[in-house]
Design a protein around this ligand. Structure first.
Ligand code: DUC
Ligand code: ZN
Ligand code: ZN
Length: 474
């Protein structure tokens, strides 16, 4: 029987979960309708010979059009990417779903915060998107009414902070959020660094005149992350709630997470390319601010521990933590080129380079299997954030979100090749092997050989399901 497809991608090697298999993909109504050899028909046919077809990436940690909190020392710095440019950059890097944040300011309802970010995103995104909430003011109304209602509406995760003065929750408030999240099936994500330690160290460094960007790393050593990670895990254990620790930077926090997981706690952790490919060396010099993020890049010797965490399952997903500030007076240099690191906006761009870097240094360099790469960048984030079965995998019935990779293409990363609105990339000069050349969102071509084919607004808001983390039985 001849099947009628809207399009067929044929002749490529397709990652179907069991590894690469030579097969064609029949697409109908934006979904994968058939996988098999020799699929006939299709109003358009695309020859994928010599390439690998992988699921479109899911980047579960991006900041887009998000001003630093009014209470932040870097207030006034402006993010360079809006939803159009941020999502365009995602697409060119092989990512077809992003989950940015909608931060609540104190006194604001979560619903109002979400409305602000919907207004910024809706009609502008090139890729599909959901939102994580950021809870900075866990009032009774937020905990008892808003969170359960918003989970039902598809906002099934929220980030909380143990640092940043305007965002930090007390341990008591963390317990309250975790308890509410357990009750309604929400996933709590935590930024685990100890605020008081950071402020105490920052004051001391400033008194010693140590204000250059490289001292950002001295103000937030691994111990500060380790303590907060241990505390967050303990608080989640007390409540019996699942926990996702974001942007884990290095060995000390990874050890805490590994121990928690070995005890069967429902704790999962994310890392980011900056902890694999940048180091404290990158914070030196006049342009050190370009690599300032929190937690900071660690000493060079740390990266092997992060790779090991990816290989042994202590770390479950890789996101970019894209936080795009230009290296000018709108962003990093808002308070001048000699400002103390305290006043420099934290964050680096990376939504477009996330998958090429991990593909090259993970898969092509033999540190990760292709299956591990797909799990870390596509399937695990989809599973953890309630997007399976539609996102994060190539399977009949899934959305036809696909990236066609030329696995042997050599690229020297240069900001001119990227599609964000930032004037630099921290990864300039790195040689990578493999790059996505074509990307489809629900069967529609978004990028082809460096050209944008999609339209802003093609990306849709995703109401997400509940997290996929099994709770330990009591
Ligand atoms: N750290 C954060 O906590 N958020 C955005 C970027 C960063 O570096
Ligand atoms: Zn964070
Ligand atoms: Zn972040």
């Amino acid at each position: 029987m001849t099947q009628d497809f809207d399009s067929v991608i044929h002749g490529g090697e397709v990652f179907t979960g069991q590894g690469l298999v030579r097969c064609d993909i029949g697409i109908r109504g934006g979904r994968i309708a058939a996988l098999g050899e020799g699929l006939a028909g299709g109003r358009t046919r695309f020859d994928a010979a010599g390439r690998w077809v992988l699921p479109g990436g899911v980047d579960a940690h991006v900041h887009v059009d998000q001003p630093p909190n009014p209470g932040s020392a870097a207030r006034g710095a402006q993010m360079a990417d809006d939803f159009e440019s941020g999502s365009r950059s995602a697409a060119f890097g092989g990512t077809t779903t992003i989950i940015p944040f909608a931060p609540q300011f104190k006194g604001q309802t979560l619903r109002d915060a979400l409305a602000v970010y919907h207004a910024r995103a809706d009609g502008h995104s090139h890729v599909d998107y959901g939102f994580h909430m950021i809870v900075s003011d866990p009032t009774e109304a937020v905990l008892a009414d808003e969170l359960p209602a918003l989970v039902e509406e598809g906002y099934t995760s929220a980030k909380i902070y143990l640092t940043y003065e305007a965002l930090r929750l007390s341990d008591r408030q963390v317990l309250d959020v975790l308890d509410a999240s357990r009750g309604c099936g929400m996933l709590t994500m935590v930024h685990a660094e100890n605020l008081d330690c950071i402020l105490w160290l920052t004051d001391r460094l400033e008194r010693e005149g140590k204000t250059a960007p490289r001292h950002h790393a001295d103000s937030r050593p691994m111990l500060v992350e380790r303590e907060a990670t241990f505390r967050a895990v303990a608080l989640a254990e007390l409540v019996g709630a699942p926990l996702l620790i974001v942007h884990v930077s290095g060995r000390e926090a990874i050890d805490v997470i590994g121990q928690a997981r070995a005890r069967g706690l429902p704790v999962v952790a994310e890392t980011c390319p900056q902890y694999l490919f940048l180091s404290t060396d990158d914070l030196h010099g006049d342009e050190g601010a370009k690599c300032m993020c929190s937690p900071p890049p660690r000493a060079k010797e740390n990266a092997p521990f992060v790779w090991r965490g990816l290989q042994n399952g202590a770390l479950s997903l890789v996101s970019s933590d894209h936080a795009p500030y230009r290296f000018d007076e709108t962003g990093k240099l808002k308070y001048g080129p000699r400002a103390s690191f305290r006043f420099i906006a934290n964050g680096i761009p990376g939504v477009e380079t996330r998958m090429p870097l991990l593909f090259s240094e993970g898969v092509m360099a033999g540190r990760l299997t292709l299956a591990e790469f797909v799990e870390l960048c596509c399937t695990a984030p989809a599973r953890l954030y309630g997007l399976l079965p539609h996102k994060g995998q190539i399977a009949v019935g899934a959305d036809a979100d696909l990236a066609l990779w030329d696995p042997h293409r050599k690229t020297v990363i240069d900001n001119a090749l990227l599609h964000h609105n930032v004037d630099y990339t921290p990864y300039a000069g790195m040689d990578v092997t493999g790059w996505p050349t074509h990307v489809w969102l629900r069967g529609e071509l978004v990028c082809a050989d460096g050209e944008l084919r999609g339209q802003p607004g093609q990306g849709r808001f995703l109401r997400r399901g509940r997290h996929g983390i099994p709770l330990r039985s009591a």
